[in-house]
Design a protein around this ligand. Structure first.
Ligand SMILES: [Zn+2]
Length: 419
């Protein structure tokens, strides 16, 4: 190898994760993280390129060339949601490792720790000199959490038609639960629900608030419509394996229900502009999340059924609508996940499932990639994961970062090194 850098090792994973957290990339300033990763991977012989639509918000495309076979991308986002120090046990951007081995800080879980593990795995594969049957990529992208600037994954894939991995592994999975039989299972994210935000407007007649029986107050009509939305819960079309896991986690029970079908969550309200005017129109914005395969027309039919036709109301789409998407629950990638867990001495059962939120895997599926979310969260409880995300005291056990780095190397070998 051309570089004199020491071989990639466990210490690199923790140091890289801590360095990334300390950059505080919550301020539309992800270029610093892309440069840090580029310097590290470059020193181990990986070819690295910063691809930026906004110079402050560069994406890293790191590439190890292989043969013409299936390719794999390690994926991560470099931005984090903001954090102010109030309420944190350790300051959010100091990356403290506590006496029990937990790394604390914004991005420890979501997802700078995971990204550091993937980068070190790639460096180790580069330094091993192993011949690969297909390309290995690492895509470290900006602007995932907000996404509105469109300088991250969606833009990158559009700009770079050469980046078309067969498989990708990103955030979204790995948390572990215990089922009714006492068996531990790790969740593998195979897809995401879609997001179809709408505005429902009740149509009444304006009137003076001093004579409420004159006119037809849209606010009281809207209140009844909102109640119907609030009472709606999706009907499970098939028993969800997640329900089996629910006893081990109250949060998981809510997730299982959210994955049973379309959810319709009323959030923003609009009524009269004046205290003494009963408005002709009152509206509620509804955060609708739909399963992969559900169309806009199907959602509108569901809204018809939930809201009924006894009150006059209109619906309009709030943009953008993002359909749900999913990748196969079995096949080469999923098999490689299982085999690499066994190889790493961690033969946990893997349960393919959907996540209720959003990740950049959606954009990868749109260009034909089989996109998944998984990492090692063996020493960090599901409770800690679910309460730490976008919250105070976000933390991950350092042993998980080290195991994740080894597991990603094993995964890449199962997919990219001919047996
Ligand atoms: Zn994330």
């Amino acid at each position: 190898m051309v570089t004199a850098a020491a071989l990639p090792g466990p210490a690199d994973v923790i140091e890289l994760a801590r360095d990334l957290i300390r950059l505080d990339t919550s301020r539309a300033n992800e270029t610093a993280a892309a440069e840090l990763l580029s310097d590290y991977l470059g020193s181990h012989g990986v070819s690295c390129e910063l691809v930026a639509r906004d110079p402050a918000r560069a994406n890293l495309v790191a590439h190890l060339a292989g043969g013409d076979g299936d390719s794999l991308a390690f994926v991560g986002h470099t931005d984090v949601v903001p954090a102010s120090p109030e309420g944190w046990t350790y300051p959010p951007f100091e990356a403290v490792v506590d006496p029990d081995g937990f790394l604390h800080g914004r991005g420890a879980l979501d997802m700078l720790g995971e990204l550091a593990a993937r980068a070190v795995a790639m460096a180790a594969i580069a330094r091993s000199g192993t011949e690969l049957s297909g390309d290995l990529w690492l895509l470290a992208v900006a602007d995932e959490e907000d996404g509105s600037a469109d300088v991250g994954m969606r833009w990158l894939l559009e700009t770079r038609p050469d980046v078309r991995p067969t498989y990708s592994v990103n955030e979204g999975g790995g948390e572990r639960h215990v089922d009714r039989a006492g068996r531990t299972v790790a969740l593998l994210d195979i897809g995401e629900k879609g997001s179809f935000p709408v505005r429902i407007t009740a149509r009444g007649e304006a009137g003076h608030a001093s004579m409420p029986t004159l006119g037809r107050n849209a606010v009281t009509m809207l209140a009844r419509l909102v109640q119907r939305l609030g009472d709606h819960t999706p009907e499970p079309s098939a028993p969800s394996p997640l329900v089996d896991l629910a006893p081990s986690s109250p949060i998981l029970a809510h997730r299982a229900r959210a994955l049973a079908g379309s959810t319709l969550a009323p959030t923003r309200l609009r009524g009269s502009a004046a205290i003494n005017v009963m408005p002709a129109r009152a509206s509620v914005d509804v955060d609708c999340r739909v399963l992969p395969g559900t169309t806009g027309a199907q959602l509108l039919a569901e809204l018809d059924a939930v809201l009924g036709d006894d009150l006059p109301w209109d619906v309009e789409a709030l943009t953008p609508w993002v359909p749900g998407s999913s990748s196969p629950p079995g096949g080469r990638f999923v098999e490689a996940v299982r085999r690499s867990l066994v190889e790493c001495g961690d033969p946990v059962d893997v349960l393919p499932t959907l996540i209720t939120g959003f990740s950049d895997s959606v954009h990868l599926r749109q260009v034909g990639t089989h996109a998944y979310g998984f990492t090692i969260l063996r020493h960090t409880s599901a409770e800690r994961v679910l309460t730490g995300l976008h919250n105070v005291d976000e933390s991950i056990h350092t042993a998980d970062l080290l195991e994740a780095s080894r597991w990603h190397q094993s995964l890449a070998r199962h997919l990219l090194v001919p047996a």
